[in-house]
Design a protein around this ligand. Sequence first.
Ligand code: PLP
Length: 419
Amino acid sequence: MTAIQTALEVRPASAFPVERIRAEFPILTLDIGGKPLVYLDNAASSQMPQPVIDRLVRYQTTQHANVNRGVHYLSETATAAYEEARGKVRQFINAREDREVIFTSGTTDAINLVAHGYGRKFIGPGDEIILTTLEHHSNIVPWQMLSEEKGARIRVVPINDAGELLVDEYQKLFNAQTKLVGLTHVSNALGTINPVKRLIALARARGVPVLIDGAQAVPHMPVDVQDLDCDFYAFSGHKLCGPTGVGVLYGKAALLERMGPFKGGGDMILSVTFEKTTYNTIPHKFEAGTPPIAGAIGLGAAVDYLSAIGMDAIADHELDLLEYATEQMNRLRGVRIVGTAANKAAVLSFVIDGVHPHDVGTLLNAEGIAVRTGHHCAQPVMQRFCVPATSRASFAFYNSMPEVDALIAGIRTVQKVFA
Ligand SMILES: Cc1ncc(COP(=O)(O)O)c(C=O)c1O
């Protein structure tokens, strides 16, 4: 019996109500050039269910005003809804306190916040930052910019041919100069799920704080920041069935309090004179200017929606999709999966002999199938596997087994065109 047969036996396809869930996503009913949309670009951005859209409409039509600044009804209502969303996110990731949840514009913004707020204050000449080969550019470039400014150095954890981090090599990189570890929870390019809890424990044993880039983890599995014991955890709303323009930085309160501010402006201050500014308490110290109010409220609705389905059920369904898709793809001659870690999220990067990934994406689009092609903002991963680019199908809980079949049929069509 194959792995997928075993999985389906243990978890019959009907156990997860995928058709009922799909009916709640208006965009999934689209036809693209006369073909039903098969949306497999969820690692780039996920789609939004009707309850989240409804919440945004309710906010815009009955609650909108600027937060924190007014005594009038709408301002107080918007402030309460915004802070309620902070509480929902806190609960979703099991942070200890609401003030440990900072709303940002996304994962990129959250990582830049740490690079400025923590990095500029605590990282100096000769210090070292440990990153991994698997990082998205947004967890590389901010640290390079900081290192150039401060004279610090980046050390990189290598990966094996399956796309798994080499934990022994990781341990060897620590020394007295190590000031921070920046580590992705799940690789967006390969789907590798890193053993973050273990890697965090190894860093903490040496007194080194750890930032986890959780952009590809939070939408697909339960995440408990207290259990992980990470110092920072960053993710984006738009990959989590929420709106664009909002994201989250979780940080341990004691560390956030010691950090410098990131952006200067309104709301992040207690008092301002031309001689001196004193800063607000956390989280407001890191939320300068008008925050993404609608975005945060929409994100609150999104985490409610996901929690009602259950992150364990979501992870199980996506694992079924991954196993089935992997098995089907492995049967195709001339197709190679890039990234074969033992512990993977539902991301399938692949290359087809003799066909440029860009052509794969274009021909699949003609079949109504949306995949991403390119370097996925992870050029070091592409360099490691000696490919300029891959095609990437990335699944969400609203994807179905027939959509996997459509992808496989689409790849066969691509191969026929290039035969
Ligand atoms: C692992 C990872 N980190 C960071 C990002 C950046 O997220 P955003 O563009 O929402 O800031 C992405 C986006 O694809 C990602 O996959």
